[in-house]
Design a protein around this ligand. Structure first.
Ligand code: G3H
Ligand code: 13P
Ligand code: ZN
Length: 328
């Protein structure tokens, strides 16, 4: 059944677990995630980005998720709009049936320029007012995703923004977070702790100076009842990078957010963990492997079936690690 995000996150808080929120763009990703949810009896959050709407089109995205709700009736599903760039985008998603939206007012409407606090509060509060009137949940974001290694903030497309920002300004400030939640009444808050979108997050296995798990604790202490959200939370498994390289791919050395660090975040209020890149890496590794091993293969289903299998494994591992397995 389609459920609101608030319902799932409240349950997650009550039972001290976290939910992975997986990005979807096509049927294979939806099926892989749903199969993993069924295998582990986990509730799921499926989310569509602006890029997903551009790729699949709004109607396909909506119907793919509706198909998931129909084909997996025992699994609670949230249909979430990821990184809405304006109130208009969020209203469009609500109109088309999404049960949850993210108003990302940490960036201006161009999805690139860091926005000021007052702008963020005003657009987020506006979306909350309209969304809550129709039972839709809202995620806000405070702070700037980006690298503590380079001090570069991040545009919504996952590429580094041009200007370097003051390191300390990238991270979410606990007092400001408290003020923001009070002023906007958002259901969940995405915080910046040094992660970024995409495969190239860290040039080494992250330690406390570049991945600020301590900041989560400080924020949680300040606003213990607010559901926190981690973006850019793919773990970038080294085995998948190796497999991609083995079968002809070229991916430079890179590190993601270790699952143990996410588990630590879940102990301190993180309830939603956004993952896109890990599924991309899994599918790409499988497609390259099938292509390299079966050079005469030309049925796309052979590539896609292997890609789904590999993606499903990643999803099962995250449902289990974050504690949502068995909670459907
Ligand atoms: O927000 C970042 C997600 O990974 C979505 O990426 O804009 O390429 O669909 P995308
Ligand atoms: P990753 O690129 O780390 O998978 O992050 C996805 C994300 O935060 C989507 O909003
Ligand atoms: Zn994100």
């Amino acid at each position: 059944a389609l459920v609101s995000m608030r319902q799932l996150l409240d349950h997650a808080a009550e039972h001290s677990y976290g939910l992975p929120a997986f990005n979807v763009n096509n049927m294979e990703q939806v099926k892989a995630i749903m199969d993993a949810a069924r295998a582990t009896a986990s509730p799921v959050i499926l989310q569509g980005s602006a890029g997903a709407r551009k790729y699949a089109g709004e109607a396909f995205l909506r119907h793919l998720i509706a198909a998931a709700v129909e084909a997996y009736p025992e699994i609670p599903v949230v249909m979430h709009q990821d990184h809405g760039a304006s109130p208009a985008v969020c209203m469009g998603a609500i109109k088309s049936g999404f049960s949850s939206v993210m108003m990302d007012g940490s960036l201006k409407e161009d999805g690139k320029t860091p926005a000021d606090y007052d702008y963020n509060v005003s657009v987020t509060a506006k979306v909350v007012e309209l969304a809550h009137a129709v039972g839709v949940s809202v995620e806000g974001e405070l702070g700037c995703l980006g690298s503590l290694e380079t001090g570069k903030g991040e545009a919504e497309d996952g590429h580094g923004a041009e200007e370097a920002l003051d390191h300390s300004k990238l991270l979410t400030d606990p007092d400001e977070a408290a003020q923001f939640v009070k002023a906007t009444q958002c259901d969940a808050l995405a915080i910046a702790i040094g992660t970024s979108h995409g495969a190239y997050k860290f040039t080494r296995k992250p330690t406390g100076d570049i991945l600020a798990i301590d900041r989560i604790k400080a924020i949680h202490q300040r606003i213990p009842t607010t559901h926190l959200v981690m973006h850019g939370s793919s773990s970038v498994p080294q085995e998948l990078l190796e497999e991609i390289r083995t079968y002809g791919g070229d991916i430079k050395e890179t590190y993601g957010v270790p699952v143990e660090e996410i588990q630590e975040g879940i102990r301190y209020g993180v309830r939603k963990v956004n993952i896109d890149t890990d599924i991309r890496l899994a599918m790409t590794a499988a497609i390259r492997r099938v292509g390299a091993k079966n050079k005469s293969e030309f049925d796309p289903r052979k590539f896609m079936a292997a890609a789904m299998e590999e993606a499903k494994k990643v999803c099962i591992a995250r449902f289990e690690a974050f504690g949502s397995a068995g909670k459907a």
